[in-house]
Design a binder for this molecule. Structure first.
Ligand code: NAD
Length: 352
């Protein structure tokens, strides 16, 4: 795969691991740490170790999951680095999904005012989305990603062999961001994606490459989300509210599962407000419901979902702020939706 240039860093996809070793030798790092959770320690670390065994590195292991993406875990990481002689000339390799990447990057860029880090994303979601674009951070109180910075890694190293051990549900969760990238920017990719009915046995590298390209094109133009970058929020405004609403329920939704509902409902609002045709809306709904279950209970508490929308950090001066599509492959941002359309969209989700 060609290397994707996100100036000042590069995204390597299924590249020869010799180049990874070159990245590590490029500077005389005082220490190298590899941040893992218990799953990536088991499944991904042996792969990494095989390629970088000649380097001296320390493993920093934390507990997996969004629940641990917080200040307490950052303290563990910073303490480990402090007690083991890391300094600003050290390097942290973040080996894991979006939680490891976001939190590891944040810890690296704040430790002694900033040491280098490399993202080695191991979930589909982190390969096509979280590892690119420089958003780093942690959750605080009940708010996702409230504390953080935007800063660049030294490199992003993607290898689709890591996906072999990823549970099917996690793989499907990451696929939602690929669908989103096609819907907001690339109708041809959408036409190809919608032929996919089963996520098993897919040759991922080309899909990952094209998806990262779309994200890169957006973030290099608007790193700090002043305008264009907002289109990446398509499906995420309602999606986040639905995700938070179901966070503590027994059958909680993974991020991409909530985004699957968010993309359907925000496509409905797009049909009402920004000219998406009825035919395209139905096509989007039909395909997404082919890949994802029709989550019947997720929208039960409509009032609470609406309340969460009002608290969304994307709002400005108390007005809701949505990114929508006007047709498949074209998006618009800064749309203030009518509340009645949001309610209709939630209702319409249930209709088969
Ligand atoms: N920075 C950004 O721009 C951005 C964008 C999207 C999402 N995110 C963040 O990403 C996070 C979600 O990321 P995620 O979906 O990767 O979740 P995750 O990091 O929690 O990983 C999901 C699960 O898969 C396990 N896992 C990871 N790689 C594995 C592998 N190869 N084999 C087996 N198991 C493996 C993990 O241990 C974890 O249990 C959220 O915190 C979200 O806020 C950030």
């Amino acid at each position: 795969m060609p290397i994707i240039n996100c100036d000042p860093y590069q995204v390597y996809i299924n590249e020869d691991w010799n180049s990874f070793r070159n990245l590590l030798s490029r500077k005389d790092y005082s220490k190298i740490g590899v941040l893992v959770d218990e799953n990536t320690a088991l499944y991904c670390l042996p792969i990494l170790q095989k390629y970088i065994h000649e380097f001296n590195f320390q493993i920093i292991e934390i507990k997996s999951g969004e629940h641990f993406k917080n200040l307490e875990t950052c303290k563990e990481i910073w303490s480990h680095m402090l007690e083991n002689g890391f300094d600003r000339h050290s390097l942290l390799i973040n080996l894991g999904g979006g939680v490891i990447g976001d939190m590891g990057g944040f810890c690296a860029r704040t430790f002694m005012r900033g040491m280098d880090f490399i993202q080695v994303p191991t979930t589909l979601l982190s390969q096509v989305d979280a590892s690119v674009g420089g958003k780093l951070g942690i959750d605080f109180k009940d708010f996702k990603n409230l504390i953080g910075v935007i800063d660049d890694p030294k490199a992003v190293w993607i290898d689709d062999q890591f996906l072999k051990t990823l549970p099917a549900r996690q793989l499907r969760s990451g696929f939602a961001e690929i669908i989103k990238h096609a819907l907001i920017q690339n109708s041809q990719m959408w036409d190809e994606l919608k032929q996919i009915e089963n996520l098993e046995n897919i040759e991922w590298s080309d899909i990952i490459y094209r998806s990262v390209q779309i994200k890169k094109e957006v973030v290099v133009q608007d790193k700090y989300e002043g305008g264009l970058r907002k289109i990446l929020n398509f499906g995420h405004t309602l999606g986040h509210a639905i995700e938070s609403e179901n966070l503590n329920s027994e059958d909680y939704l993974l991020h991409g599962e909530a985004i699957s509902i968010g993309m359907i409902t925000e496509s409905y609002i797009s049909m009402k407000m920004t000219g998406l045709s009825k035919g395209e809306y139905q096509e989007i709904k039909k395909y997404i419901l082919k890949i994802y279950p029709h989550f019947q209970n997720a929208l039960d508490n409509e009032e609470s979902i609406l309340e969460k929308l009002i608290k969304d950090k994307k709002n400005k001066q108390g007005l809701l702020n949505f990114s929508l599509i006007n047709k498949i492959g074209e998006s618009v941002f800064d749309i203030v939706p009518e509340k009645s359309f949001i309610k209709e969209a939630l209702l319409d989700y249930y209709k088969v």
